[in-house]
Design a protein around this ligand. Structure first.
Ligand SMILES: [Zn+2]
Length: 398
C-alpha cells in the first residue's frame, strides 16, 4: 500500500481522523499510516457509524473469503505447490492449514451424520433388544421374514426341516442326531442361564461375592459385566456408586470397568444411532492426534530432505484437507444424484497425492512411487489403529 494511496482516503480513513497513537494498542502512529503497523487496526478516531460498522464486518468477511478461495484454488489446481509456498513464507495469502483442516473435518463429519440416517439401526435394535436380554432362542420365519420367540414355533420349524429330509439317505440320521444334540445343548444352556439369573435376582450381593471369590474363572470380568447388565435392567441401577452401596461391591478398577462397559453396551444397544453419532463427532479430534504421528513417518522417509518435521506436518494437513474437500463433494453429488461416488473421489485423491509428493519433495518417479506405497501402508495401519482406539474409548466412556 503506497503512501499516496493512504493519503487520499475517504470516510473514516480521512486525514482529519488520523491519530498519533493507535487506539487499540497505543503504538505511535504517523499521519500517513492508514493502519497501525503493530496491530493492523484502522488509524481512525472517527466514531463508528452503522455504515462503518457494517463495512468493517464485510471487509473482514470478504478478506477471509478471498483467502479461502485462493487456498482452495491453489490446493486443487497445483498439488504440492501450496505447501511449498506456505513453508517458504507466503502465509497471509492462504488460510492457516491447521484451522482450514479443522473446519473441513467438522463440516465433513457434520454432513456425513446428516446424510446417513442411523435411526433405522435403532428400530432394528429395539426389535432384537427384548429377546437378547431375555436370552430366549429366536425362530426365524423365512417366508414372512418375521422373528418369533415362541418355542413351539421353533420346534415346528425344526420338525418341518426334518420332515423334508429323505429318511433313506444315510446322512439324514446324522442330521437328526445333530439336531437332538443341539436341542439338549440349548436346553442345558438355557437352564444354566435361568439358574444364574435366579441366583442373581435372589441374592445379588451374595452372587457378586461368589464371582469375586472364584479365582479359577478367566471369565470373571464377563461374569461381572453380565451381573451389572442384569442388575441395571432389573433393578434400575444408575451408577456404580449406587451398586456399591446396594450390593456391597468393592471399588476396584475391574469392578468399575465391568459396570461402565455393561452400562455403555446397554445404552448402545438401546440407541445405536446415538452412539455412532457421538463417535463420529469425535473423529475430527482423532485426526489431529493421528496426523502428527503420521508426519513422523513422512519425516523419516524424507529424512535427507531439508524439510523440518513441521513442514511435513503442514504437507499432510494440506493433503488431508483436500481429501475432505473431495469427500464433501462426493457427499453433495451422492445427495443430488442418488449415487455412490466416493470411490471415484478416492481414486482422484490417490492420483493427486502422488503428484503432490512428486512436486513437494522433487524426487524421481521410482523413488516417489516406493515412498508413496510405503506411506500409504503406514497410513492405513495407523488409521485402523486409530479407529479401533476410538471405538474402544467410546465404549468405555459412553
Ligand atoms: Zn495498534
Amino acid at each position: 500500500m503506497g503512501k499516496k494511496d493512504s493519503l487520499v482516503s475517504k470516510g473514516r480513513y480521512e486525514l482529519r481522523y488520523r491519530s498519533d497513537q493507535c487506539l487499540n494498542c497505543g503504538h505511535p502512529l504517523d499521519v500517513s499510516d492508514k493502519y497501525c503497523p503493530n496491530c493492523s487496526q484502522a488509524n481512525s478516531t472517527k466514531k463508528l457509524t452503522l455504515k462503518d460498522f457494517l463495512d468493517e464486518f464485510f471487509s473482514g468477511l470478504i478478506n477471509y473469503d478471498s483467502k479461502l478461495l485462493k487456498t482452495l484454488t491453489a490446493l486443487l489446481a497445483k498439488p504440492g505447490t501450496i505447501t511449498k509456498d506456505y513453508i517458504n513464507g507466503k502465509r497471509v495469502t492462504y488460510t492457516n492449514p491447521f484451522r482450514f483442516l479443522l473446519s473441513l473435518a467438522f463440516l465433513y463429519f457434520l454432513m456425513f451424520t446428516f446424510n446417513n440416517n442411523f435411526d433405522n439401526l435403532d428400530r432394528a435394535a429395539s426389535k432384537f433388544d427384548g429377546r437378547i436380554s431375555a436370552g430366549v432362542p429366536v425362530a426365524y420365519n423365512v417366508k414372512s421374514g418375521a422373528f418369533s420367540t415362541d418355542s413351539t414355533e421353533l420346534k415346528k420349524q425344526t420338525a418341518n426341516v426334518l420332515a423334508q429330509l429323505d429318511s433313506t439317505d444315510p446322512g439324514t440320521k446324522d442330521i437328526k442326531d445333530g439336531v437332538d444334540i443341539l436341542d439338549s445343548l440349548m436346553v442345558a444352556v438355557n437352564l444354566k442361564k435361568v439358574n444364574r439369573d435366579s441366583l442373581m435376582a435372589a441374592d445379588p450381593a451374595g452372587y457378586f461375592k461368589s464371582v469375586e471369590e472364584d479365582k479359577s474363572g478367566d471369565g470373571t470380568f464377563s461374569t461381572k459385566m453380565e451381573f451389572f447388565g442384569r442388575m441395571i435392567q432389573l433393578d434400575t441401577l444408575y451408577s456404580f456408586q449406587q451398586a456399591q452401596e446396594k450390593y456391597n461391591i468393592k471399588s476396584s478398577f475391574s469392578n468399575k470397568m465391568a459396570f461402565q462397559v455393561s452400562n455403555s453396551f446397554l445404552k448402545i444397544v438401546d440407541h445405536p444411532s446415538r452412539f455412532i453419532n457421538s463417535t463420529i463427532s469425535k473423529m475430527p479430534f482423532v485426526i489431529f492426534l493421528f496426523l502428527p504421528v503420521f508426519a513422523v513417518f513422512i519425516w523419516l522417509v524424507y529424512i535427507r530432505k531439508k524439510y523440518t518435521y513441521t513442514d511435513h506436518l503442514i504437507f499432510s494437513f494440506h493433503n488431508q484437507s483436500l481429501l475432505f474437500i473431495l469427500l464433501i463433494l462426493s457427499l453433495i453429488i451422492d445427495a443430488i444424484f442418488d449415487v455412490t461416488s466416493a470411490a471415484i473421489f478416492i481414486i482422484i485423491f490417490s492420483v493427486y497425492l502422488y503428484l503432490a509428493m512428486k512436486k513437494f519433495y522433487g524426487q524421481g518417479t521410482f523413488k516417489t512411487i516406493v515412498k508413496y506405497l510405503f506411506l500409504n501402508t503406514i497410513f492405513t495401519f495407523l488409521a485402523v489403529f486409530a479407529v479401533i482406539m476410538l471405538l474402544t474409548g467410546s465404549v468405555f466412556t459412553y
